[in-house]
Write a protein that binds this ligand. Structure first.
Ligand SMILES: Nc1ncnc2c1ncn2[C@@H]1O[C@H](COP(=O)(O)OP(=O)(O)OP(=O)(O)O)[C@@H](O)[C@H]1O
Length: 310
């Protein structure tokens, strides 16, 4: 049993050398419990890392531990408590989601009655309750992704590894999938490691982000640390037309940087007292203060600024 607060995954100098490519290059990273995004361009080494974590691929050098178990020696024990959603699917077209997920539950070792119960539960959680008896061959890409997700969590794993679960999805299905991943991580108490080649999409979902590039660690931190405030706020006021310009001018007169942004005012807050000045100015002008919204960096901006991958 791992210690409370212990990382769910820990790698040390993890290296995987294929004949022509070094897919992972001395990667040392700890992944805490919660939802963690592993981000990197295609070929960065994400799928290779997942194969190592499942104990399916032995490292060339270094080590990886999952739930405090060595992937070289404890592959089977790791796979018993870890779920896996592969990037590509090989789902049987003539079988229904209910039959397929039930089969996978039994393969994971659940007795038939428990397997039936869990199958019904997870298919409901992923939103496939109604279609569960239809053959998978007639499913949309989004539904197929949800079948893969259901089989990954049916045995109630402690950790689930999701390889590019949003690949091939339209924006709406992608948002649905990200919401589902967030629920699995935050409501069901299953730690999630989810890979993506898009930084932006994990911003809402992941508590932590690990960025890899050419098999090396570029950055690992809490998402909120990465997207820390920009020191700028957007101010929205209520009043006759032109009120925003009057507020902007009054702030400039008081030595505070302000510029129009649509019908709002973008204000630089170098000192917390500047917020009091914003309130005073709006009141002095007899206007209403509707909203002061902090602007955070997006993950994309952070990595563009640091010259990292996106
Ligand atoms: N079985 C293999 N044999 C040889 N080279 C491989 C093998 N699997 C992956 N590679 C190479 O290792 C590098 C990392 O691949 P990997 O699939 O881990 O990256 P990825 O970040 O998951 O990318 P993608 O999202 O495209 O799958 C790539 O250059 C890839 O071509």
């Amino acid at each position: 049993m791992p210690r409370v607060g212990a990382p769910v995954v820990q790698t040390r100098d993890l290296t995987v050398q294929y004949p022509r490519v070094r897919a992972l290059d001395a990667l040392s990273v700890g992944v805490p419990a919660g939802v963690t995004g592993i981000v990197g361009v295609n070929g960065a080494g994400k799928s290779t890392l997942i194969k190592v974590l499942l104990g399916l691929l032995a490292p060339t050098a270094g080590e990886a531990r999952v739930l405090d178990m060595d992937t070289r020696t404890h592959g089977a024990a790791i796979r018993a408590v870890v779920g896996y959603m592969p990037e590509h699917d090989a789902l049987p077209p003539d079988v229904s989601a209910a039959e397929f997920v039930l089969h996978m539950a039994q393969v994971s070792g659940l007795p038939r009655t428990d397997a039936r119960e869990r199958t019904a539960d997870v298919l409901r959680h992923v939103g496939l309750a109604e279609e569960r008896h239809r053959p998978i061959g007639g499913y949309s890409t989004g539904m197929r992704q949800r079948v893969k997700l259901a089989q990954a969590i049916v045995h109630d794993p402690r950790l689930v590894l999701l390889d590019e679960p949003t690949n091939g999805l339209d924006p709406r299905s992608r948002d649905d999938m990200l919401d589902l991943i967030s629920r699995i991580g935050h409501d069901f108490g299953i730690s999630v490691i989810v890979t993506s080649h898009l930084l932006g999409e994990l911003e809402r979902t992941a508590d932590h982000v690990v960025v890899i590039d050419s098999g090396r660690l570029l950055r690992a931190s809490a998402t909120t640390d990465l997207t820390q405030t920009t020191g700028t706020v957007l101010v929205e006021v209520l009043g006759p037309s032109g009120s925003d310009r009057r507020v902007g001018q009054a702030l400039l007169d008081r030595g505070i940087q302000a510029a129009p942004d649509g019908d709002r005012i973008r204000v630089r807050i170098d000192d917390p007292r500047a917020l009091d000045v914003v309130r005073d100015v709006v009141t002095d002008l007899g206007l209403g203060l509707v909203r002061v919204q902090e602007i955070h960096h997006t993950l994309e901006e952070v990595f563009e600024a640091t010259g990292g991958a996106r």
